[in-house]
Design a protein around this ligand. Sequence first.
Ligand code: 8LQ
Length: 481
Amino acid sequence: MTAAMEQWSWPPRFDDGYFPQADSRYWFPHRETMPQAEREAAILARLQAICAYAWDHAPFYRRKWDEAGFHPSHLKSLEDFEEKVPVIRKADLRAAQAAHPPFGDYLCVPDAEVFHVHGTSGTTGRPTAFAVSQGDWRAIANAHARIMWAMGMRPGDTICVAAIFSLYMGSWGALAGAERLGAKAFPFGAGAAGMSSRCAQWLDILKPAGFYGTPTYAIHLAETAIRDGLDPRRFGLKYMFFSGEPGASIPSIRERIEDLYAAKVYDSGSMGEMTPWMHVGGSRETPGMLCWQDIVYTEVCDPQTHRRVPYGQRGTPVYTHLERMSQPMIRLESGDLTVWTNDPTPCGRTYPQLPMGIIGRVDDMITIRGENVYPSEIEAALCQLPGYGGEHRIFITREGTMDEMMISVELDPERWERGEDVRRAFHAQVAAHLHSMLGLRSVIEIVAPNTHPRTDFKAKRVIDDRAAFAEMLRRQEKVSS
Ligand code: 8LQ
């Protein structure tokens, strides 16, 4: 087994000088293409080792598992794992850090070994800190380099990281991967005023092969470049890889970005806590994302029972680190929604796939008159329409006793200028298309280009005032009773 699996050890150790043959499709040829049953046997052994390690080092897991009646010695199969090991949630991590600041009682290495501190944005409530040891940072760099290799990036390529360099793991993970790959790392960043124009200018000068950011930002950046008189197709980009939000696995959005830049688009990304977050990530030949099971073990589960759903079905990813020592996540429930499959892949890797990427968060679902719809489905439908101006907002409100959805859609500048008739025709087209794609009618508003603010990070397109509305009704009832 050891000879058969390249650089597979616990604790994880990596040869930082290792590179595959230049013409190899795979970074670790055997590990990526081995029969699934063989890999699963290795994963089970690793899960046993990690559970024993967490039991010894993390009161957090001992407490959780005691409550659930689980002990690492009970783990004899992957079915035991899903049946007996309880999921943990982001709220559990937050509570553990509040009780044991700053890193929580699931930090498994001495405090002095913490090498980087990152964390959640914490826009609502207490932020959660990610403590990453130096060894884990190497594991992250090696895993990301391996997946970036699968996307086609090679030593010597220039890779522009166009995401904010703060606590967000996206930018840092891409940077660590680029460095380990022997690429020319170009950490342009994002987030300061005027940066998009300068980024476009730099891309035009530097002609990098690779680009990392969010899909929303890539579209905004292309719009900015075009406004500044630059042609993004002449940036010379070959590989654009994304994370952070749905888009890169949605055909109409992927094609829009590929068309804007004349580059190939790849999807990746799970959660900051799960870094190396590219462990769900695309490869050059296989659409959507692969679950790189020997980096993080992904189970797509029923959101209620947390048991794996059959391949072909929808569920929520539950993730377990196999190569992290500092804050290993064991069955972290993502709260996202995806479909997993397990078909032979064009790239020959024997990993399960997420062919549609991650659709959204389970609680992002909008229910209007009994129909369920995800914001990413609305975006996908709009991106299919010639004339779509690149941004929209979804307003959900309670009109009388019924929930209503209003979608405010930008028209592109050229059509907008053509006047009222063109605008009206676009209105009818949007209404009909959304009705047929979503199965429900919504109120449509067509607005001028650039009406809605752009972002250089993850888009927030849903404005939901149903809760405020219900609250107002309650207040009124109190006053009148
Ligand atoms: N999320 C992340 N990646 C996604 C993707 N490719 N498709 C759809 N939704 C995605 C550091 C990486 O960018 C991962 C990341 O964004 O981590 P965060 O900031 O902790 O946010 C995690 C959430 O972003 C996930 O739960 C998905 O809802 C979304």
